[in-house]
Design a protein around this ligand. Structure first.
Ligand SMILES: *[C@@H]1O[C@H](CO)[C@@H](O)[C@H](O)[C@H]1NC(C)=O
Ligand SMILES: *[C@@H]1O[C@H](CO)[C@@H](O)[C@H](O)[C@H]1NC(C)=O
Ligand SMILES: *[C@@H]1O[C@H](CO)[C@@H](O)[C@H](O)[C@H]1NC(C)=O
Ligand SMILES: *[C@@H]1O[C@H](CO)[C@@H](O)[C@H](O)[C@H]1NC(C)=O
Ligand SMILES: *[C@@H]1O[C@H](CO)[C@@H](O)[C@H](O)[C@H]1NC(C)=O
Ligand SMILES: *[C@@H]1O[C@H](CO)[C@@H](O)[C@H](O)[C@H]1NC(C)=O
Ligand SMILES: *[C@@H]1O[C@H](CO)[C@@H](O)[C@H](O)[C@H]1NC(C)=O
Ligand SMILES: *[C@@H]1O[C@H](CO)[C@@H](O)[C@H](O)[C@H]1NC(C)=O
Length: 905
């Protein structure tokens, strides 16, 4: 039997992702996140061969080598993924070695089990008067400009969205009430059946109705709920067609084997957008699902995937498959839960609803202009005049608010350009479109045309003033964190320092549909909720721009999004992009802006691989020339590691500081004629006033503001420190065996409380200890060997026992300790044998849900299945540091355990 090591690895994510055949040796272990003996084998497809032939060749070879010992679980024959899932009946190590040596095998990956996402604080609603109901159902759309897109009659018509989730209760009246062609939920498939428990065979059928969990029905409502319900909600793309792929059973379980099938099916069914509110902590872009999701996106379909709900765990803790390189990883922002702010006029009138036009202001927030009354001026007495401010104006408006109707003859931007010269205190626009403006002067849009007409008529006949109550939002339900990034939203970047998450959308305190039998409506929170929001946003974009725009959707949403402030205090700096992505999506801006800027993301990498010089291309897609102003808008810098500089900070100790990167631009003003492009060079340098050993994450934007009002930006993110200078195996964590200094540790199981073994100790085989450790960083390669106890190798990382309070404690001070010069490579290591080896390992976190550390039974077998003879041993754990060179000894962290003797009874 092959189960030489019993390992419990913790997050659902991949600890074994992307094992290269050439490097693949022995990776099997008992792991409650994988199916024993089950593997997905990816095959290359020679261009001359049909996939059926490749499958037959593979199975023929497998039969020769492991006749009668395996069964085929599933075949994948797609240009996107060619492979076979196999089950080894009674796996021997030699079977696996055979598997990987079969021709055309690209990768062998154990099949992972995924759990349905845990959302935050779910509440089923009994009716609009339920105390848990969230008022103002449309407020999420106020945050993103989607209300205005709906007003233009755009709601996703003609776009197909595949939802891979728990199914959809299509019988819900707001989700069409029926299933099949012609209905809102027009198709789909159930890949699992109700009773699938991870090991039992799935029982697929054609009916993907969500009857038991509800998650998928909530997701579906965020995308597609029809307006006209008691909660006043509407889906972002309520005219889109939905395809329901049910992958979670009533136990809330699925596998990547099933998810692979579902993704390929959604692709072949022609879904324009595929959305997945699921995943597991991983950190790498290399898991089966991340790679597949990225390939689908590269083929011109939009992939939206939740960034994850592990915000507690701090920086660099991303979820797979959202980590896939071309995927849109979606972060969550809290619902503002508010109505529109209103201004009051000195003339008796109902409050006048407005929207702040400043692209950098928090959506829904009052205009921060003080409470003094401002005199209103109109350039005409005719409220219907269509040419106000169409010509240059030679006046000083610095003391007044100019109210004007948006012109359909010369256009808003010409009007604004003419007004710039008058230095207005405030501009009030009515009967127009709510563009986000670059902040030349304060400006608001009035929601109702009649209010504008009223102000014009009053301005003409008396000294009318307007006043902006600054406290208007104090009486709305979500004054605490509305408009801020949700605390639970996971932080990027990925271990490869990919720009993750990509963008944010409303995901906290979201009302949506729920299975009819389970209550019909629910409030829920999670990146599970923000992800479908962006799927809907993508549908609106594709409807307007055509399906060929799919590959640009991420860039368009990123360049037109708006920064999310770090707090609700006035003038708060933006939240780190490592949590908010490029910002909160603004779909109206995305559809209507006349400027394109690329690339959308600048990936700066770390200081050892700094990529600071970038060419930014600006294209004026409008009908007139624009002069663009470029500037640097830094966000908060996220401090990665805690004061000991080994472990990541986690909530509530996550820390952001004001330590911006330096940005130099080759030009800060540039005029571009209509339809033309120009380039500007940006040089970005890491900040100097930070401790590089804490891995500070810098981020922000280069903002490009057009003279006609366009506001777009390029986002950047990087690490102001070198990943490979950071210890990969956690110490100083005080976990599990706190009194003994924490992990790593050999932990005997013979006492009431856990403690770490200190000094040599003998064990019989029925009373073995466990070995437990925690990864401080992700690692491309981790190995575990047995060495003879007499071998002269020592740890390169501190032994937690040394810092533990005990009689033989040495003087040890974490505050000054740091690994010294390790450039001298240790001698080649004589080991007794390899116990296990892992690739693309995720980092742990003390606050991760589930168990964040790795637990291994002390080995009694080597990786090849041979029994470990009696003897005196130590465990040798080695982990390649992030970006480390595997050939360089000093890029590996080495930990040598206490001595363990295996003896007869
Ligand atoms: C529902 O939303 C619409 C559109 O924003 C708004 O005009 C209306 O007042 C809302 N109704 C309720 C009951 O909140
Ligand atoms: C408007 O204000 C001016 C200057 O403050 C004042 O002279 C005038 O009487 C006012 N007009 C009205 C109608 O109140
Ligand atoms: C805030 O605005 C609403 C209308 O959106 C209005 O009903 C309310 O009275 C205002 N509150 C304050 C304190 O001005
Ligand atoms: C950062 O640099 C490392 C080392 O060269 C590389 O492996 C990684 O892909 C880079 N990341 C990005 C986002 O360019
Ligand atoms: C919003 O959600 C948070 C938890 O995510 C909860 O504590 C709070 O009560 C919710 N607020 C409303 C208004 O629903
Ligand atoms: C372990 O057992 C060996 C031989 O059985 C013995 O020599 C050694 O002293 C024992 N060690 C400990 C720590 O008990
Ligand atoms: C073990 O290594 C240390 C440091 O390299 C050396 O001083 C010591 O003599 C070695 N011991 C043995 C038994 O080889
Ligand atoms: C298995 O591995 C051990 C340790 O590396 C080695 O001593 C043994 O010879 C191997 N057995 C086989 C059958 O390869």
């Amino acid at each position: 039997m092959l189960r030489s090591v019993a390992a419990t690895v913790l997050s659902v994510g991949t600890v074994l992702a992307a094992v290269k055949t050439s490097e693949f040796r022995e990776l099997v272990r008992k792991n409650d996140a994988t199916i024993p003996g089950a593997f997905i084998v990816e095959l290359s497809s020679p261009p001359t061969k049909r996939t059926a032939d490749a499958h037959a060749d593979f199975l023929g070879e497998l039969d020769k080598r492991a006749s009668g010992k395996f069964s085929t679980r599933r075949k994948y024959s797609s240009p996107l993924f060619n492979g076979i899932a196999v089950q080894l009946q009674n796996p021997e190590a030699s079977d696996l070695a055979s598997l990987e040596s079969i021709p055309n095998v690209i990768a062998v990956r154990p099949i992972q089990i995924f759990h349905a996402p845990e959302t935050i604080n779910r509440r089923i609603l009994s009716g609009p008067d339920d105390p848990n109901a969230v008022p103002f159902g449309q407020s999420t759309h106020y945050m993103t400009g989607v209300d205005h897109v709906h007003e233009q009659g755009i709601a996703g018509k003609g776009i197909k969205i595949g939802i891979i989730d728990t199914g959809i209760d299509y019988l819900h009246p707001n989700l069409g009430g029926a299933f099949g062609p012609g209905n809102k939920v027009a198709g789909g498939y159930d890949f699992v059946g109700d009773a699938f428990d991870g090991n039992s065979p799935p029982v697929p059928d054609n009916d993907p109705r969500d009857t038991c969990i509800g998650h998928g029905t909530h997701v579906a409502g965020i995308i597609g709920a029809n307006p006209g319900n008691a909660y006043n909600i509407s889906g972002v793309a309520y005219e889109a067609t939905l395809l329901a792929y049910r992958v979670f059973s009533c136990f809330g379980l699925t596998t990547d084997e099933i998810l692979t099938d579902a993704m390929l099916r959604a692709y072949s069914d022609g879904a324009d957008i595929i959305t997945m509110s699921l995943g597991g902590t991983d950190g790498w872009a290399s898991s089966t699902l991340s790679v597949l999701a990225s390939r689908i996106a590269d083929r011109g379909r939009v992939m939206t995937i939740s960034a994850g709900n592990d915000g507690d765990a701090g920086a660099v803790f991303t979820s797979s498959p959202a980590t896939g390189e071309s995927v849109i990883s979606v972060a969550s922002v809290q619902n503002i839960i508010t109505t529109r702010p209103a201004l009051t006029s000195s003339v008796e009138h109902a409050p006048v609803l407005y929207e702040n036009a400043d692209g950098f202001a928090m959506p829904g927030q009052v205009l921060p202009i003080g409470e003094s009354p401002i005199p209103v001026r109109s350039l005409t007495s005719d409220p219907d005049a269509d040419d106000t401010a169409c010509d240059p104006i030679n006046e000083d408006f610095s003391q007044v608010a100019i109210v004007l109707r948006q012109s359909s003859s010369c256009g808003l931007f010409t009007q604004l350009l003419n007004l710039v010269a008058t230095n207005p205190k405030l501009v009030i626009v009515y009967d127009g479109s709510p563009f986000l403006l670059g902040g030349f002067f304060p400006a608001v849009y009035l929601l109702n045309k009649e209010d504008g007409e009223f102000l014009v008529s009053e301005a003409a006949k008396a000294n009318t003033t307007v006043t902006f109550s600054q406290n208007n939002l104090s009486d709305v339900p979500n004054n605490d964190d509305g408009g801020l990034v949700s605390f639970f939203s996971s932080y990027g970047p990925s271990n490869e320092l990919l720009f993750k998450p990509a963008v944010a959308a409303p995901g906290g305190n979201i009302t949506s549909t729920w299975p009819v039998d389970l209550g019909s409506f629910a409030v829920d929170s999670g990146t599970s909720m923000s992800c479908p929001y962006v799927a809907g946003a993508a549908a609106l974009l594709l409807q307007v721009k055509g399906k060929s725009a799919a590959k640009n959707v991420r860039s368009i949403l990123q360049t037109t999004s708006r920064p999310v402030p770090a707090s609700r205090e006035k003038g708060a700096p933006p939240q780190t992009l490592a949590q908010s992505g490029a910002g909160l999506v603004n779909v109206f801006n995305a559809i209507n802006v006349h400027t394109e800027v690329s690339p959308a993301e600048l990936r700066l990498n770390d200081t050892a691989h700094w990529n600071g010089l970038h060419k930014i291309t600006i294209k004026n897609t409008g009908k007139t020339a624009q002069t663009y102003t470029l500037s640097h808008v830094p966000a908060n810098t996220l401090i990665g590691l805690d004061d000991a500089k080994i472990n990541y900070r986690y909530r509530p100790d996550i820390k952001q500081v004001n330590a911006p990167a330096g940005v130099r631009l080759s030009q800060s003003r540039i005029t571009i004629p209509a339809g033309r492009t120009a380039t500007v060079l940006a040089t970005i340098t890491a900040p100097k006033n930070v401790d590089v050993k804490t891995l500070p994450i810098v981020s922000g934007w280069i903002s490009v503001t057009g003279s006609l009002g366009d506001s777009v930006k390029v986002s950047y993110m990087g690490v102001a420190g070198a990943l490979r200078d950071t210890q990969g195996i956690s110490t100083g964590n005080r976990m599990l065996v706190e009194a003994n200094g924490g992990l790593p540790a050999i932990i005997p199981l013979d006492q009431e409380f856990l403690y770490a073994q200190r000094g040599p100790r003998n064990y019989t085989r029925d009373d073995l200890p466990v070995f437990v450790y925690l990864m401080a960083q992700g690692s491309r390669h981790v190995t575990l060997d047995l060495i003879d106890a007499a071998t002269n190798i020592s740890s390169t990382i501190p032994d937690p026992l040394d810092s533990a309070p005990s009689h033989d404690k040495r003087d040890f001070d974490w505050s000054w300790w740091w690994p010294g010069d390790k450039s001298a490579a240790p001698p080649a290591v004589p080991t007794v044998g390899t116990v296990a080896e892992w690739r693309d390992v995720t980092r742990g976190s003390p606050v991760q849900r589930g168990r964040p550390f790795v637990v291994l039974d002390f080995p009694t077998q080597f990786a090849n299945g041979t029994a470990v003879p009696d003897g005196q041993y130590k465990l040798l754990l080695r982990a390649l540091r992030l970006t480390g060179n595997p050939k360089k000894a000093s890029d590996w962290d080495v930990y040598v355990s206490q001595q363990v003797g295996l003896v007869e009874e």
